[in-house]
Write a protein that binds this ligand. Structure first.
Ligand SMILES: O=C(CO)[C@H](O)[C@H](O)COP(=O)(O)O
Length: 138
């Protein structure tokens, strides 16, 4: 898959996430230049809604700023997740197309498990289609 990835800082956790994406054969699309979390969230959100990426992954200290920025792009459903159950639920019940994670609070192995749970859950629950559509226009 093509996965847009951006983080406003780098540490063991962000490196583990990028390594996992690469090792699993995904094409990783990364921004050039700006490192501000609003720009990075927007970059990833746009990559997804414009069809240049299948999914997005954003990271910042909390994960919240990049999630908020991504969610301002119409069509983005960015979800902050901190364990695999939340990530799986975000795909299943919210059809999340961007995963947001804290680079400060998730250990590298946990972040990779969260990422894998997100990417491995391909089909949203059809029973949630009306709810997912209902959030599209605010
Ligand atoms: O978690 C974040 C936003 O939610 C940022 O990573 C954190 O606030 C640091 O940002 P900056 O380096 O711009 O001060």
């Amino acid at each position: 898959m093509r996965v847009a990835f951006a983080s406003d800082d780098e540490n063991e956790t962000t490196r583990a996430v990028v390594a996992a994406l690469t090792e699993e054969g995904h094409e990783v699309i990364r921004p050039q230049g700006s490192e501000s979390w609003p720009d990075l969230g927007r970059f990833v959100g746009r990559a997804v809604v414009e069809g240049r990426a299948d999914y997005g992954v954003v990271m910042c200290w909390t994960g919240t700023g990049t999630a908020i920025a991504a969610n301002k792009v119409p069509g983005v459903r960015a979800a902050l997740a901190w364990d695999p159950w939340i990530a799986r639920g975000a795909r299943l019940w919210n059809d999340a197309n961007v995963l947001a994670m804290s680079l400060k609070r998730l250990a590298p192995d946990v972040a990779v498990e969260v990422l894998q749970a997100f990417l491995d859950t391909s089909e949203p629950d059809p029973d949630e289609a009306a709810n997912i559509a209902a959030v599209e226009h605010g």
